[in-house]
Design a protein around this ligand. Sequence first.
Ligand code: NAP
Length: 458
Amino acid sequence: MNLIVEIFYLAAAVLFILGLKQMASPVTARRGIVWAGIGMVLATAITFVHPHVNSNYLLIVIGIALGGGIAWKTGKEVAMTDMPQMIALYNGMGGGAAAAIAAVELIKQHEMDLTVQLLAVFGALIGTIAFSGSLIAFGKLQGIKQLRGAFRFKNQQRINAGLFIVVAWMGLGIATSGTDYSMVVLFLFFALALAFGVMMTLPIGGADMPVVISLYNAFTGLAVGLEGYVLDNPAMMIAGIVVGSAGTLLTQLMAKAMNRPITNVLFSNFGETSGEAQEVTGSMKAIEAPDAAIMMAFAEKVIIIPGYGMAVAQAQHKIWEMTKQLQERGVTVKFAIHPVAGRMPGHMNVLLAEAGVPYDIIYDLDEINEEFRTADVALVIGANDVVNPVARIDPSSPIYGMPILNADYAKNVIVVKRGQGAGFSGIENHLFFADNCRMLYGDGQAVANELITNMKEL
Ligand code: NAP
């Protein structure tokens, strides 16, 4: 029976890896999710006949039904724009589950190899931090009033460092004392690790939340992998390592996209405006849909920059319809995607794929940034921070140093947004005041519709 279980676990692990590989491209991503899902079903189902699982079947079934039911319902209902906080929440549950496994093993106080005990405690520590930290991240993204913004006080970093040293010291004590640790210390260790996750996340501003969630994702993966080692469960080990390394890579990529080292994300005051912001000169100039339609219809090249507002307006289908009209007129249309556009990695790619935009006209920042100089029109739809030239020039700005899409280098820029609303970072956008920029006010979907109607009449 053991051999059969091991074979199933191996098959599940292979499915996780192949699934993840397929998620790397939008063309195969859906299939990748299904494969990884099948892997998870296999791993879960075979666990019922695992020789070590010989009781509590009812409890397991109730757990699966409850967790699976809630996840199924919320997963179906969640709005695309609320996806990051859902990821934070699910990710936190993973970390919590890993920590719970460690807690169960440590409460039993059974003999463990020193290495195994060290790994169990380390997994408990990072799993617990990922759990409470992710819950705070969820609250921040959900806009819970008390958690909004960055919560800072004097000597915060020192207090946090002190707290971490105490938790790590207790953990080391538990890990190296065989079965000879007190339950009170174990309880305190978990309670302080929970508190550290909260304290570590509270001072981090909203704009950095995606990087933090990705970091906790890596923590969760590592914690699951470590507890897999403790339980001698290869499927858990491999799944955990895959999630841990994918999370680590994603964290690095996102930090790079924002041009900031991860230490800076965790320990600096990013996300808050500090110092004197640079004065904006010029004024915002409005344009009406008929004029914007003419400008684009008679252009040679149009580059479309989607942002969070396109997701809010669900304008992707209309934008694709408009693109097809432009293409029929012989206009070259390309889409430029900033790595942190929207509210989660790949947000814009998912929306454009959903609308049926072919992948070969969608370009990443590095691929397209040089092309703006040759574009007749840059159409910015619901994007703001990712095209804010202040990132290049104003060291006092919270987005200073973040690479942006060079929309302002295009001959003409049309910005579609509802009004004077700021972007995620809450700062003024100098692009909107530029001489070559015109503001086309309105909801993204309604405006796209108007543009289509006007183009048809030309
Ligand atoms: P953004 O800076 O948040 O700006 C979005 C703009 O869309 C707003 O200025 C808003 O202006 C407009 N808008 C909102 N609803 C609209 C609608 N229905 N129709 C038309 N426009 C609408 O967006 P972004 O340029 O995509 O930048 C993303 C920001 O989010 C970055 O700061 C990034 O760091 C952060 N972030 C990214 C992620 C990620 O992983 N991608 C996750 C979390 C945070 P009006 O209110 O005037 O309409």
